[in-house]
Design a protein. Structure first.
Length: 154
């Protein structure tokens, strides 16, 4: 399993960056290889991705969500991965967004890409494109500000 961590400073207020990240269905606009994300309910998403010519479908669950702080998830079928995105206010107009993901590459193409650092570069590019996406828009496409408690929490 590989751990990838990448940060980007976006020139938007904290709530705007967070709100945009909760709009999972917009991920194909800035995430390389993400063909579709469908929000099934408040805590479940369905993904269609393409990598090295292989298309994969899987579901993920939001395991923790705190408005303006963090969103954590894990896959519940398909490729094994989990992660957390955190949001840090740097000043009134700047937010640091940090993604940390644990990915277990599946198949020859993904394992090879991982060994050569291509997955790291893909995540770095995704974060850069998120920055461009939210800064160019000027406003978020929506937002969900609900809390999701981690497993085992009341």
């Amino acid at each position: 399993m590989s751990t990838i961590t990448e940060s980007v400073d976006v020139e938007v207020p904290l709530s705007r960056a967070y709100n945009q990240w909760t709009q999972f269905e917009t991920f194909p606009a800035f995430m390389d290889g993400v063909e579709l994300v469908r929000q099934l309910d408040d805590t479940h998403t369905h993904w269609v991705t393409k990598f090295g010519g292989a298309t994969r479908e899987f579901d993920a669950t939001i395991t923790e969500q705190r408005p303006d702080e963090r969103i954590a998830w894990r896959s519940i079928n398909g490729p094994t991965h989990a992660g957390v995105v955190t949001f840090h206010r740097l000043d009134e107009a700047t937010t640091r967004v940090t993604a940390q993901m644990d990915i277990d590459p599946e198949g020859f193409a993904e394992e090879t890409a991982d060994k050569f650092g291509l997955l790291d570069r893909r995540v770095k590019g995704d974060m850069r494109r998120f920055k461009e996406f939210i800064e160019e828009r000027g406003v978020e496409t929506g937002g969900w500000r609900g809390d999701v408690d981690p497993p085992g929490m009341p």
